[in-house]
Design a protein around this ligand. Structure first.
Ligand code: 5GP
Length: 222
């Protein structure tokens, strides 16, 4: 995957947008996002807040903002979350200001939220793009959840039951990506994001044409 140099690097004004990625636990949302992330400079990741304890290797402020139940209550009370939901015993939410600031600056923001979160976002930001990530097969999903190792058998069972419910909601999404091969799935997500960037409705056409006439519109890197 080459790095894409955006038209806006040349001063083009673009309208930022939100990409909502959902999929069952174990579908590989983090891996796919991590693979796409370095290839699109104007893509930002919305770090969620959660009451779930960190898994091994997870870092506060990188993977999540890990917070207590009381702190989470306070965020809700102060109206600082764009959406939030309970998921298999813990709460997860999206900080509102980061998403808004990035979109206002013309960036694309990607977020990983469950179905309940996606429903709330669709109500508040109907122009967002909704992508559903599917594991290659049901059996593979079971295997991946078991392999993760850091969750107890009960948690794995609950997550599998939850997955079955979640997959039914795929009809509410705009795109689906099957994560069989990570780099292929990442490339597909990347293409979806790039297509969205190419929408005329997201650019200031006057400045696009002015830049183009001046010969300073650069489309892609290597
Ligand atoms: P995990 O515990 O595996 O990191 O995440 C569990 C579920 O919470 C996943 O389905 C993930 O998409 C979802 N999730 C992560 N962050 C958020 C968030 O900010 N809001 C909502 N609604 N769900 C989230």
């Amino acid at each position: 995957m080459g790095t894409v140099k955006f038209l806006r690097d040349s001063g083009l004004k673009t309208q930022g947008f939100l990409i909502v990625l959902s999929g069952p636990s174990g579908s590989g949302k983090n891996s796919v996002i991590n693979a796409v992330f370095p290839t699109i400079p104007n893509l930002k990741y919305s770090i969620s807040v959660t009451t779930r304890p960190p898994r091994s290797g997870e870092v506060d402020g990188v993977n999540y903002f890990f917070r207590t139940e009381e702190e989470f209550d306070q965020l809700i009370e102060d109206g600082l979350l764009l959406e939030w939901a309970s998921f298999v015993g813990y709460r997860y939410g999206t900080p509102k200001s980061f998403v808004q600031d990035q979109i206002d600056s013309g960036n694309a923001v990607i977020m990983d939220v469950d179905i309940q979160g996606a429903i709330q976002i669709r109500e508040k930001m109907p122009e967002a793009i909704f992508v559903f990530l599917l594991p290659p097969t049901w059996e593979e999903l079971r295997r991946r959840l078991k392999l993760r190792g850091s969750d107890s058998t009960d948690v794995i069972k609950n997550r599998l039951a939850k997955s079955e419910e979640e997959i039914k909601h795929i009809v509410d999404y705009d795109y689906f990506v099957v994560n069989d091969d990570l780099s292929a799935a990442a490339e597909q997500l990347r293409q979806i994001i790039l297509s969205e960037w190419s929408k005329i409705s997201r650019v200031d056409v006057k400045s696009l044409l002015a830049l183009w006439k001046g010969g300073s519109v650069v489309e892609t890197g290597e």
